[in-house]
Every structure is written in C-alpha cells, then in structure tokens.
Design a binder for this molecule. Structure first.
Ligand code: THU
Length: 162
C-alpha cells in the first residue's frame, strides 16, 4: 500500500504599493475605499468596503450592512457579490478589493463565509478572482491571484452527491 501523503498548503500575499498598481487596479481600490462610506455598522462600528471588477468593466460596490437583529446583517464582500450576481448574471468577477475602517491595525481578511461565496463564484465562472486586500495607511495592497489562496479547501458543487 502507498504511504499516505500529507497535504500542504502555502499562501503568498504579494505586497504592492499603490504606486505599482495599474490605473484599473488603483481605481478599484479607490472604489472600495469609497464604498466603505456606505457601510451601515452602528453595532460593530467596523466599516468594511468592497468593490468588484466585472468582465464587462463595470464595478459593483458593497459595504457591510448590519441589523439590530445581528445575524440578519451581511458582510461587504457578500453584499457586492450577490448584487453582481443579480445585476450582471452573465459577467465574470475578475477581481475584488476589500478595505476595513480607517486606522485598523489588521489586514482586511475576508471572513470564511465570504471566502466560501467567492469560491462559489470562481467555481461557477471557471476562472479565478483576484483579491486585493487594502492597507490604506501604508498605501499598499496585498494581492492574491485567486480566492483559492485564502480558502484552499473550499466546499463546492463537486462535493455534493449527484
Ligand atoms: N465584515 C465584513 O463586512 N466582511 C468580512 O469579511 C468580515 C466582517 C463585517 C461584518 C460586521 O458588520 C463587521 O464587519 C464586524 O464583524
């Protein structure tokens, strides 16, 4: 019998100063920063902004929307993704940029639920979504080529019984 092999996962987030981004990328970053102002976060006071770039060049915005009934709220990334899914069902999502509230000391890492939703879009559209995590204070982004870098073992349609 073959020796069982470990499964190893490595992830590299590429640091890119704003100055090294293309006009298109920088525009997406600024849209995400602007979307943050549309956040409704009176409970956590943690504003999150997201912007998606679609294959037709459109940009779709998202911001977290909280609710007095806490679990009814939704993260910025999913607000943007579900909105794009409804408004532009035939377009691919090429990239997503995400930022969190000004002065935050941590990277704006999407939560597991948002990564799962991103990975569903990737799986369905059969192409990767680039992720730009914005560190506003340092004027840089951390870039990954696919949501798989952040959620390598995602659950998808292929895991469901026929
Ligand atoms: N939040 C997002 O919008 N995106 C994430 O990926 C993580 C968390 C929001 C949800 C909630 O409104 C606030 O941040 C605090 O958790």
């Amino acid at each position: 019998m073959e020796e069982p092999k470990n499964i190893v996962f490595q992830c590299e987030l590429k640091a890119r100063p704003f100055s090294a981004l293309s006009t298109k990328e920088l525009n997406l970053v600024h849209k995400a920063l602007g979307a943050r102002n549309r956040s409704h976060a009176p409970y956590s006071k943690f504003q999150v902004g997201a912007a998606l770039l679609l294959s037709n060049g459109h940009i779709v915005l998202g911001a977290n929307q909280e609710n007095a009934a806490y679990p009814s709220g939704l993260c910025a990334e999913r607000v943007a993704l579900f909105s794009a899914g409804v408004q532009y069902p035939k377009e691919k999502v090429e990239a997503i940029a995400v930022c969190v509230m000004e002065g935050a000391k941590q990277l704006p890492l999407p939560c597991g639920g948002c990564l799962q939703v991103m990975s569903e879009y990737e799986y369905q559209q059969k192409s990767a979504i680039k992720v730009y995590l914005i560190e506003e204070d340092k004027e840089l982004v951390y870039l990954t080529e696919s949501t798989r870098d952040l959620l390598p073992f995602s659950f998808n349609e292929s895991h469901l019984p026929n």
